[in-house]
Write a protein that binds this ligand. Structure first.
Ligand SMILES: [Zn+2]
Ligand SMILES: [Zn+2]
Length: 429
């Protein structure tokens, strides 16, 4: 019998065993299942495999057993770990840290289920060039909502979201980021440093980026690992909850002002007034700009008025004067067209949204002619982060926050979805 035939028949035998393994696992006996999963013939696409690993307590049991099995080769473990989407890349040894609590998103999630499951996951391990952080706060961003609602494609079967991480360095300290220091980690979790964009000061457009809480696990957890060259020392003077929303909403809001080319004293429209816009307004005011806010949510209109916007209107209203720049924050193409309709000739609309529902057709002659521009805002550079954190410190920017426990991560996402949060939602594990 050829090797291929032998492999196929072994796999066929194993397929027959799977229902029985499923029954045993449901009955609480993981041993047999672990044996099956570690077989070199294990069919990774099996529906049982997925259902086992998406049953939280059982997934942990199975993973734990696999990690502790002396029979498992390192390469086999890596395959299992990659499939599961866990950060661990080698078997845990006795005495290594206990699992940590995290809010986990599964790619098999359906609309009737909560977005995230709170469960124990393996303690993240430290790789070269990384820090291990104890998470003290993690901001909730609309991008997290796009991930769990499937607007952005799932890249891993299991994922811990969260990319506005305030953490304390507990391992992997560097000279700049010593043990016990407080650092921030944002959406941009790493770049390759070698592509055309990285060589042209556009690392935000890197061909092989790492996105925190999307391509790697993020901060809706007690601990997280992050690249040390993408962690920023945080300004003192702001507590953990209040500094968290600065790390994406703040930095990318600031980058949007750069992309729109805002100059001092200009008239600037903010279309949408969630976390990001409410941080950008402070910078615009320090630049003596007039700020025109158009937003759907009544509570958001109230906040804009309280924060001193020059003019505040509903979603179907238009600023009373032509504006020089507009930044749109809503994930809606219609809003981009409204912003365009408010611009003077030569003005710019910058779209601060990773996802738009669609871009409706619009009248070129009336809306884009006259050298008006539409630009998207993609990610951020480390320089954006450093510059914004300095400005936030100098201007004493202090966001309004609503704090949620890690166990209430789903409520935090709901609050962002329904725009009921006051300022920015922040999870504190
Ligand atoms: Zn690159
Ligand atoms: Zn974000």
């Amino acid at each position: 019998m050829s090797f291929v035939a032998a492999f196929a028949s072994a796999q066929a035998v194993l397929q027959c065993l799977l229902p029985s393994a499923d029954a045993q696992l449901q009955a609480g006996c993981a041993h047999f299942v672990v044996g099956v999963m570690m077989s070199p013939y294990f069919p990774f696409d099996s529906k049982f495999y997925r259902s086992w690993l998406n049953t939280a307590p059982l997934a942990e049991t199975v993973l734990f057993r696999i990690a502790h099995s002396p029979r498992l080769s390192a390469s086999r473990f890596r395959i299992v770990a990659r499939f599961i989407g866990c950060a661990e890349t080698r078997p845990r040894k006795p005495g290594e840290p206990k699992p940590v609590k995290a809010a986990v998103f599964s790619s098999t999630h359906t609309a009737s289920q909560p977005f995230l499951h709170i469960e124990d996951v393996p303690h993240p391990t430290l790789e070269a060039g990384h820090l291990l952080l104890r998470v003290v706060a993690c901001g909730v961003c609309r991008t997290d909502l796009h991930i769990v609602e499937g607007d952005l494609p799932a890249l891993r079967p299991r994922l811990i979201p969260g990319h506005q991480i305030v953490g304390e360095v507990v391992e992997g300290a560097t000279k700049e980021l010593p043990l016990g220091s407080r650092v921030g980690v944002s959406w941009m979790g790493g770049v390759d440093g070698s592509c055309w964009f990285c060589h042209h000061s556009m690392e935000n457009l890197c061909d092989h980026p790492v996105f925190t809480g999307y391509t790697v696990d993020g901060g809706y957890a007690e601990y997280v690992a992050a690249r040390s060259d993408f962690a920023f020392p945080l300004p003192p003077g702001l507590d953990d909850e209040h500094v968290a929303p600065l790390l994406c909403a703040g930095i990318i809001g600031f980058r949007s002002l750069r992309v729109a080319g805002v100059e001092k004293g200009e008239r600037v429209g903010l279309f949408g007034f969630g976390s990001s816009a409410s941080l950008a307004i402070a910078i615009l005011q320090s630049w003596k700009c007039e700020v025109y806010v158009v937003t759907r949510g009544e509570s958001h209109r109230k906040s804009a008025t309280l924060m001193g916007a020059t003019w505040v209107g509903k979603e179907d209203e238009k600023p009373p004067v032509p504006i020089d720049r507009a930044i749109t924050f809503a994930p809606s193409g219609k809003v981009v067209v409204s912003a365009l309709a408010s611009l003077r000739k030569g003005g710019v609309v910058a779209i601060n949204a990773i996802h738009l529902d669609q871009m409706p057709a619009f009248d070129y002659d009336k809306l884009l002619w006259g050298e008006r521009q539409i630009r998207s805002v993609a990610n951020m550079t480390r320089q954006d982060a450093r510059d914004f954190l300095q400005i936030a410190h100098d201007l004493h920017i202090r966001p309004n926050v609503t704090v949620f426990a890690l166990a209430d991560a789903n409520q935090a996402l709901e609050a962002v979805k329904k725009e009921t949060e006051q300022g920015s939602a922040v999870i504190v594990p």
